[in-house]
Design a protein around this ligand. Structure first.
Ligand code: HPA
Length: 261
């Protein structure tokens, strides 16, 4: 039985299907690989391309939102900056999918932990993304869609984590619209429902991927803890993300080299 259930073609085409009039990405047709890692910070995308990929070529510099295509263990893949928040990631993800034919999107991001069991530098695989945003409600006639990771990607990432001996937490997260919330303790209600951590992009990414019948997964590294107030320094962030990036790269590698591991 196939686990790629979300790839069943939709009868209705989503709106906004226009070809190679991409506004925010200036890549030429064919310059972006079908699998893309998405980093909020474009400089993280650059860092991943320069340190983890071979023969990486920059295909985008519009608004400084860098994107690169290169090779990891011989498998062609891309890494693209998305900016912060759901509107920003949505426009890059939409253009990648609708105009460049991208099929697999793996976000590599940071998050704030909401549970005592989570520590700085821990890695999470986001199974689902609740949200305080109105974006998804607008997409589905004011009803609630349940944004979830693609099971096939989630399972592959989990297999990679086990193989690489990288401990991970797998569970639900929150995608918020407000980094600096007007009611600072409001996250505690979400924590009571078992949400592990908060970030600002995944609910929109999972919803978009579902609507456009592609696969998406979010990997996160804990950069701060909402309860204790601890934070990674900018320097520590760079090194702490290495394990998460490795899971992302190896997951894509396995998609294109089945049986290689
Ligand atoms: N809140 C929202 N997004 C985040 C956080 C946070 O504390 N940390 C990293 N991304």
């Amino acid at each position: 039985m196939s686990t790629r259930t979300n790839l069943i073609p939709s009868k209705k085409k989503p709106p906004g299907e226009f070809h190679f009039m991409s506004i925010h990405i200036e890549a030429k047709p064919g310059e972006i690989a079908p699998a893309v890692l998405l980093a909020g910070d474009p400089l993280r995308a650059k860092h991943v391309a320069e340190t983890m990929l071979t023969d990486a070529k920059c295909y985008n510099n519009v608004r400084g939102m860098l994107g690169y295509t290169g090779y990891y263990k011989g498998v062609r893949m891309s890494v693209q900056g998305t900016g912060i928040g759901m509107p920003s990631i949505s426009l890059y993800a939409t253009e990648l999918i609708a105009e460049y034919g991208v099929k697999h999107l793996i976000r590599i991001g940071s998050c704030g932990a909401m549970q005592p069991a989570l520590k700085l530098r821990d890695v999470l695989l986001a199974m689902s993304a609740s949200t305080d945003s109105n974006m998804n409600r607008r997409a589905i006639g004011d009803m609630d869609f349940a944004p979830t990771a693609d099971f096939y990607l989630l399972n592959q990432a989990w297999e990679v984590a086990k193989h690489e001996n990288i401990p991970v937490h797998i569970g639900p997260i929150l995608s918020t619209d407000s980094f600096y919330d007007f009611s600072p303790g409001s996250w505690r209600l979400w924590a009571e429902f078992g949400l592990l951590a908060v970030e600002m992009e995944t609910a929109a990414l999972y919803t978009l991927a579902a609507r456009r019948r592609v696969q998406a997964l979010t990997l996160l590294t804990v950069s701060d803890h909402l309860d204790t107030g601890e934070q990674l320094s900018a320097q520590d962030r760079q090194t702490a993300f290495t394990e998460m990036v490795k899971i992302g790269l190896e997951t894509v590698y396995r998609l294109y080299s089945p049986g290689a591991v």
